[in-house]
Design a protein. Sequence first.
Length: 158
Amino acid sequence: MEPEIEILDLKAQLEEALDSQNEMLSLLVKHQGLSEHYQNIFNLSASGQLIISPNGKISNANIKAHKILSRKAGRLIGKSLFSFLGDAQVSGSHEILMDHLHYVKTLKTAVKCEIIINNKWCALHSFLLSNNVITITIIDISIRKKLEAKVYHGSTHD
Protein backbone atom coordinates (compact mmCIF):
# COMPACT_ATOMS: atom_id res chain seq x y z
CA MET A 1 0.00 0.00 0.00
CA GLU A 2 1.30 3.41 -0.89
CA PRO A 3 1.95 5.95 1.90
CA GLU A 4 -0.59 8.42 0.50
CA ILE A 5 -3.34 5.78 0.48
CA GLU A 6 -2.38 4.67 3.99
CA ILE A 7 -2.59 8.28 5.23
CA LEU A 8 -6.00 8.76 3.57
CA ASP A 9 -7.21 5.46 5.06
CA LEU A 10 -5.98 6.48 8.54
CA LYS A 11 -7.57 9.91 8.11
CA ALA A 12 -10.91 8.29 7.22
CA GLN A 13 -10.67 5.96 10.23
CA LEU A 14 -9.84 8.88 12.50
CA GLU A 15 -12.78 10.94 11.19
CA GLU A 16 -15.08 7.94 11.69
CA ALA A 17 -13.80 7.49 15.27
CA LEU A 18 -14.31 11.21 16.00
CA ASP A 19 -17.85 11.09 14.57
CA SER A 20 -18.57 8.05 16.72
CA GLN A 21 -17.14 9.78 19.80
CA ASN A 22 -19.22 12.92 19.14
CA GLU A 23 -22.35 10.80 18.73
CA MET A 24 -21.62 9.01 22.01
CA LEU A 25 -21.10 12.34 23.81
CA SER A 26 -24.36 13.63 22.39
CA LEU A 27 -26.21 10.51 23.61
CA LEU A 28 -24.59 10.84 27.03
CA VAL A 29 -25.74 14.45 27.38
CA LYS A 30 -29.25 13.44 26.28
CA HIS A 31 -29.27 10.52 28.75
CA GLN A 32 -28.13 12.76 31.61
CA GLY A 33 -30.90 15.22 30.78
CA LEU A 34 -33.53 12.46 30.76
CA SER A 35 -32.13 10.97 33.95
CA GLU A 36 -32.37 14.36 35.67
CA HIS A 37 -35.91 14.83 34.32
CA TYR A 38 -37.11 11.46 35.66
CA GLN A 39 -35.34 12.00 38.99
CA ASN A 40 -37.29 15.28 39.35
CA ILE A 41 -40.57 13.49 38.58
CA PHE A 42 -39.68 10.82 41.16
CA ASN A 43 -38.75 13.35 43.84
CA LEU A 44 -41.72 15.68 43.31
CA SER A 45 -44.41 12.99 43.12
CA ALA A 46 -47.46 13.64 45.31
CA SER A 47 -47.26 10.06 46.59
CA GLY A 48 -44.40 8.35 48.37
CA GLN A 49 -42.05 6.43 46.09
CA LEU A 50 -39.66 3.74 47.30
CA ILE A 51 -37.20 1.60 45.38
CA ILE A 52 -36.48 -1.70 47.11
CA SER A 53 -33.23 -3.42 46.10
CA PRO A 54 -32.98 -7.21 45.69
CA ASN A 55 -31.61 -7.48 49.25
CA GLY A 56 -34.88 -6.00 50.58
CA LYS A 57 -33.44 -2.63 51.57
CA ILE A 58 -34.65 0.79 50.47
CA SER A 59 -32.23 2.07 47.83
CA ASN A 60 -34.10 5.26 46.90
CA ALA A 61 -36.97 7.24 48.38
CA ASN A 62 -38.61 10.49 47.42
CA ILE A 63 -39.54 13.45 49.63
CA LYS A 64 -43.12 12.27 50.23
CA ALA A 65 -41.95 8.79 51.33
CA HIS A 66 -39.65 10.40 53.88
CA LYS A 67 -42.63 12.43 55.17
CA ILE A 68 -44.97 9.41 55.38
CA LEU A 69 -42.35 7.34 57.17
CA SER A 70 -41.37 10.31 59.39
CA ARG A 71 -37.71 10.29 58.44
CA LYS A 72 -35.40 13.11 57.40
CA ALA A 73 -34.07 13.13 53.85
CA GLY A 74 -31.63 10.31 53.24
CA ARG A 75 -32.54 8.48 56.47
CA LEU A 76 -34.48 5.70 54.67
CA ILE A 77 -31.67 4.46 52.45
CA GLY A 78 -30.39 1.06 53.56
CA LYS A 79 -33.34 0.39 55.88
CA SER A 80 -35.86 -2.41 55.50
CA LEU A 81 -39.52 -1.44 55.11
CA PHE A 82 -40.24 -4.08 57.76
CA SER A 83 -38.47 -1.91 60.35
CA PHE A 84 -41.35 0.59 60.12
CA LEU A 85 -44.13 -1.90 60.88
CA GLY A 86 -44.10 -1.67 64.67
CA ASP A 87 -45.70 -4.48 66.64
CA ALA A 88 -46.31 -7.18 64.04
CA GLN A 89 -48.40 -9.23 66.49
CA VAL A 90 -51.00 -6.48 66.80
CA SER A 91 -51.34 -5.32 63.22
CA GLY A 92 -50.52 -8.43 61.20
CA SER A 93 -48.72 -6.06 58.82
CA HIS A 94 -45.53 -8.15 58.80
CA GLU A 95 -47.24 -11.15 57.18
CA ILE A 96 -49.24 -8.93 54.83
CA LEU A 97 -46.07 -7.16 53.65
CA MET A 98 -44.22 -10.50 53.27
CA ASP A 99 -47.07 -11.86 51.11
CA HIS A 100 -47.29 -8.61 49.18
CA LEU A 101 -43.61 -8.61 48.22
CA HIS A 102 -43.70 -12.35 47.48
CA TYR A 103 -46.62 -11.88 45.05
CA VAL A 104 -44.89 -8.98 43.31
CA LYS A 105 -41.74 -11.06 42.77
CA THR A 106 -43.54 -14.28 41.87
CA LEU A 107 -46.34 -12.95 39.69
CA LYS A 108 -44.23 -10.13 38.23
CA THR A 109 -47.26 -7.89 38.23
CA ALA A 110 -48.57 -4.88 40.10
CA VAL A 111 -49.98 -5.73 43.52
CA LYS A 112 -51.64 -3.53 46.12
CA CYS A 113 -52.32 -3.88 49.83
CA GLU A 114 -53.21 -1.79 52.87
CA ILE A 115 -51.15 -2.07 56.05
CA ILE A 116 -50.16 -0.08 59.10
CA ILE A 117 -46.70 1.44 58.70
CA ASN A 118 -45.24 3.79 61.28
CA ASN A 119 -48.65 3.93 63.02
CA LYS A 120 -50.36 5.11 59.82
CA TRP A 121 -52.63 3.25 57.46
CA CYS A 122 -50.85 3.07 54.12
CA ALA A 123 -51.82 1.76 50.71
CA LEU A 124 -48.94 0.13 48.86
CA HIS A 125 -48.95 -0.29 45.09
CA SER A 126 -45.91 -2.25 44.00
CA PHE A 127 -44.45 -3.72 40.85
CA LEU A 128 -41.32 -5.50 39.81
CA LEU A 129 -38.84 -3.58 37.71
CA SER A 130 -35.91 -5.81 36.78
CA ASN A 131 -33.38 -7.94 38.62
CA ASN A 132 -35.78 -8.26 41.58
CA VAL A 133 -35.90 -4.49 42.13
CA ILE A 134 -39.34 -3.42 43.36
CA THR A 135 -40.86 0.02 43.17
CA ILE A 136 -43.50 0.86 45.76
CA THR A 137 -45.93 3.74 45.72
CA ILE A 138 -46.95 4.46 49.31
CA ILE A 139 -49.98 6.59 50.17
CA ASP A 140 -51.11 7.61 53.66
CA ILE A 141 -54.78 6.56 53.86
CA SER A 142 -55.23 7.11 57.61
CA ILE A 143 -57.96 9.74 57.14
CA ARG A 144 -59.90 7.48 54.78
CA LYS A 145 -59.66 4.58 57.26
CA LYS A 146 -60.96 6.80 60.10
CA LEU A 147 -63.91 7.90 57.96
CA GLU A 148 -64.65 4.28 56.99
CA ALA A 149 -64.65 3.29 60.67
CA LYS A 150 -66.97 6.21 61.50
CA VAL A 151 -69.39 5.25 58.70
CA TYR A 152 -69.32 1.58 59.77
CA HIS A 153 -69.94 2.52 63.39
CA GLY A 154 -72.81 4.80 62.37
CA SER A 155 -74.38 2.06 60.26
CA THR A 156 -74.23 -0.55 63.04
CA HIS A 157 -75.40 1.60 66.00
CA ASP A 158 -78.49 3.63 66.75
